[in-house]
Every structure is written in C-alpha cells, then in structure tokens.
Design a protein around this ligand. Sequence first.
Ligand code: SF4
Length: 451
Amino acid sequence: MPGKIGFVSLGCPKALVDSEQILTRLRAEGYEVAPTYEEADLVVVNTCGFITPAVEESLDAIGEALRENGKVVVTGCLGARPEVIQARHPEVLEVTGPGEVDRVLEAVHRVLPPDENPFTALVPRGVKLTPRHYAYLKIAEGCNHRCSFCIIPKLRGRQRSRDAGEVLYEAYRLVSTGTKELLVIAQDTSAYGVDLQHRTSEFQGRAVRAHLTDLVTELAEMGAWVRLHYVYPYPHVADLVALMAEGKLLPYLDVPLQHASPRILRAMRRPGGPEAHLETIRAWREVCPELTIRSTFIVGFPGETEAEFELLLEFLAEARLDRVGAFTYSEVEGAEANALPGRVPEEVKAERLERLMALQAEISLEKNRKKIGQVLEVIVDEYGEEPGQVIGRTKGDAPGIDGRVYAMTDGTVKIGDIIRVKVTDASTYDLYGDAVGQVSWRPNVLMVQGA
Ligand code: SF4
C-alpha cells in the first residue's frame, strides 16, 4: 500500500465530481483514503474560487491541512490562481487547477511513490462521494458565456463537452450498480455538445449524438430519475420541458435567471427581462404543468437601484417560482462587474436579500401547503431521528439545495428506496407525511449484483 491520502473537498457539485475522479484514480493505484489529518501521509485540498468568501474558506482549509498534517497538494478552481495560494501558504507542495487530475496524481507520486506490484494496482469501481442511490454526472467542463460577475470561464476555460458515448457508459455503470437518480451537471448543461459540433460516438454499438436532448433521451432509457442542473435559459430548453412532460426526465428545471431588470441583466451580460422570463415560464408550465422551477438571483449588483430591485420582487411575485436561491453580490477578484459604478452598500444588499427571501418564503409555503393530501413519490436519503422515520426528496427536490420530506414508515424502508408518501403537513421548505406504498425499481440495464 503506497500511502494514505486525506481529502478535503470544497465547492460545488462540479468540484465534487473532480474529487471523485481524483479519489478513483488514487484508489486504483492502491492508495487508501485516510479519515483524519493524523492518519494521512498527505492531504489533497480541492478548493473553490468562485466568490471571495469561498476563496477565504479555501485558504483557511489549506492552512488547517498544513497545520494538522504538513504535506498538502492543492487543486480545484482556486488552483487556477496559484499566486493567491502561494502568497498565503508558500509551503504547499503543488498547486494544480480545476480538472487537472493527472497533475494531482504526479504531485502525490513525488511524495508517496505508487506501488509497483501489479496485483495491488487493481482498478476499483469509481469512488463516489454521494450516497449510492444518486450520482452527479458531469457532461462538460468550462463555459462559453461571459457573465460579468463570474470568473468561471477564466478559471475553467471554454466549454469542453465529453463524448455522448463516454457519458452514457459512465451512467450505465452507475445505474447498473444501484444508482437511481442521475444529476446531470456542467457549467452550462444546455450548451452540451456545441463545442463538439454534436459529433457522434459509440454507445453499445450505436452512434449517439453529443446533443443534450439525445443524451437525456438515452439516459431516460436506462430507467433512472434524470435531473438537469444549471440550464441556461436558451429557447431550446422548451424541447427538454417536452421530454419532462413525457415523463422521460424529472419535471425539474434548475435555471439561473439572476435578475429581472433588463438594465441589470444587460450589465450582467445575461439574457431576458421580466416579460421575456414570464413568457418563457408560462410556456414551460403549459407544456409541463407539474414542472418544478428552481432559479437563483443576485441582489445588490453594482448600480442596482431600489426600483430595479423592486422590479425583481414584482417578477418573483408574478412568476411564483418553486425554489429560489439568492445571494448578495460579492466581488470576485478578476470579475469585470467589479469595475461597474454604483457599489451597493453591504447593509442595503443584506436588507434586499432579506426582503426577497421573505417574499419567496410566503410563495414557497403557499405552494407546499397545496401539496397536503397529495401522494408523492419520494426517494429516501437517510433515516430520521424518530423510529420508522425516513427523510427523502420528491421529484421536485434536488439533494442539498431543495426541500425534504419527513415520512413515517413501518420501519422496513431502506435508504435508496422510492416510496409513495401521503403529505399530511407542510412548512416553508419541507413536507411531512406517511408512507403509503413502495415504488418498484426496474432499471433498464443489466444489474451488477452485490455492487
Ligand atoms: S453561464 Fe454560469 S459559469 Fe458561465 S459565465 Fe455565466 S455564471 Fe459563469
């Protein structure tokens, strides 16, 4: 056994997928994963560099790993700015950027040479940091947009999609080993395959196109829940909503709109305005009435006036989105928006965020209350505190970001089961109810027993 590696994974689901790839490769070479700093021979820190607080959190995590262990390799989004890391922590062994799995491995090899014994270098199944019943499926890296508040295109480069065959084989392996929900991610999921000019690749003897509608149709064939994240509001999203109406994809759209004021959206270099957003949402709901729409917004963008903020509130009151995440604008080093005039004072940003969240809480509670009496399918993520209680999510809830369902069962339900729950009560974000049945799980793939 060549050594034990400690691993700290910060940031978004996309960074989590990078962590999984690094851990899979390390395990394939015989390294073990250490649960504590003391037990580790070396620590890899996968950082986030998106907004200033995330940069600070990453720098603190590197500092802690250095104090507690001493041998630290840094990777991830903040790694794209090595000068920031080296200025604060010159003693780190290596700084690598996002997605640079090979360079992380090389850095580990320098300190802990890999085992040459071929019998220990067996290739294990991929390491997953999520529970077995759901998995993130990264279909592309990088982004071709230039939103003025965002440095992801600078950190991660232009979009590079994976071939459809490669993604589908990975999904097949996941579903055949027990994954029931695939969470499709990329910086801009809806632009998948554009950089490949939608070229075809092989999957199970057939040619499949690197195009999102083709890809998700193939994924749906496998029989798992398929959830789309980070969908940019392009017109062709309507095609995906049609697939949702057909039951091929989960009726869930995570579509960041960021604002409603046309002037602010232009300054953000984002499309749309209140009427355009509302029209699009109306059209989507017409095609798929059970659609859950999740969106994120930034308040306190440079130059945002009270009137522009109120326009956003009016839009939200009218759109009645199902899930809303909101953030105060935070200066990201290197983002163009920092140079825009009219910095909004922190206390004004905080007050606007509070008003927005208060409005959305009312909408969310009203929407949740309407579910009382309904029977919903729920995937079970964990056991609750009370005997027989489980905690899960409906098709309209993504793990980690949306609401949860607390359900009482007869005690035979296991994590990963899909059950039917009759909703008896609702709070602003969560639902409560009783299990009334189990949904049988028959994926359309060959199952690997004991996986
Ligand atoms: S689409 Fe997303 S990742 Fe791309 S630049 Fe805009 S905010 Fe950043």
